[in-house]
Design a protein around this ligand. Sequence first.
Ligand SMILES: Cc1ncc(COP(=O)(O)O)c(C=O)c1O
Length: 373
Amino acid sequence: MIRPADRFADVELSLIRQINALATPLSTNLGIGEPNLEPDATLREFARRASAASWHYSANAGAPALRRSICRGTRYDPAAECCVTAGTQEGLFAIFQAFVNPGDEVLVPNPGFVSYAIVAGICGATPVPYDLEPPSWSVDVSRIPFTPKTRLIVLNSPSNPLGAVLPGATLQAIARAAEERGVLVVSDEIYREIWYESPPPSLSGSGPNVIVVNGLSKSHGMTGLRLGWILAHADVLKPVVTAHQYIATCASVFSQSLAEMIFDATEWNASWLDGVRQQFRIQRDAALYSIEHELEVKIDAPAAAFYAFAPVPSCDTLAFARALATDAAVLVIPGSAFGSNGEGFIRISFAASVEQIATGIERIGRWLRANGK
Ligand SMILES: Cc1ncc(COP(=O)(O)O)c(C=O)c1O
């Protein structure tokens, strides 16, 4: 029998995939992690033009013109401090490959995006959760369990699965605490453009130990086009570009050309992003209304992203989410998929039409009432 490498022995498909696998044609899917956005005529025209541009490799770190566009208005040098990647996920993988050794500890948010802990494990490191505390999902910097083995801490604000935003002062305090200990900070800012009241603070341009990752998957509904980027001081970025070379060579040149056109069309892009925020605000408010009236709980309105993290009367949210999928034809992600602090919650994605949101949450409410919860 041919066995996978030891580093993959315990890696399974994420609970998110497992729940999504229970979907039937009748299911209402509120488990999705991708925006319900379709390209408009301008984006389609950009894509048509991108298909006529180069089909050859770009520089490993990405086409210089695109890197210049990404760095515009930042303190990063496009030639040495920006690397374009095949999505944020590849960026994260390249960073971990470049910096994380077996035996290291990697601090990951709890609850938080599943990939961080898995990729740390693949590198032979131990993922160590740090707490985000309800109801506002704040971080007490003095309680982050840094140890001499800590190599890297991942921040994700705005957060998947919480939709919560950390204050700028907290982000800066974490970055400083890490710097004092010689720890790298990876700030995953992929949901930063999807906000409801004010733009979320960023760690872009912070100290030499800070790496920022971002991409177009969520802001432009381009999940399948795999376009992300990394910003970091030149010394830090160098080994990451080397790792990226051996993982992906370069990001898709089609997606890079498209991204360049998006960034260059500043007026169109600003109005696209406004439209995205408007659409998600309507969907968020629909979700909040249904959560309050059907699930009879009031949660803080998510400040960003397209997730509501709602408490449910269940001591095993995985069993609960499975029951909802099979008995109530609605898919949501059990909070426990995101770490122990997620137990007792479900992640409801409102990247769906208002009708689907209303139907899905109504089905959850009906199931709860029918089961005496
Ligand atoms: C927090 C977070 N980071 C990174 C990613 C990966 O995004 P990409 O499509 O850019 O690889 C996701 C996707 O769900 C995410 O939620």
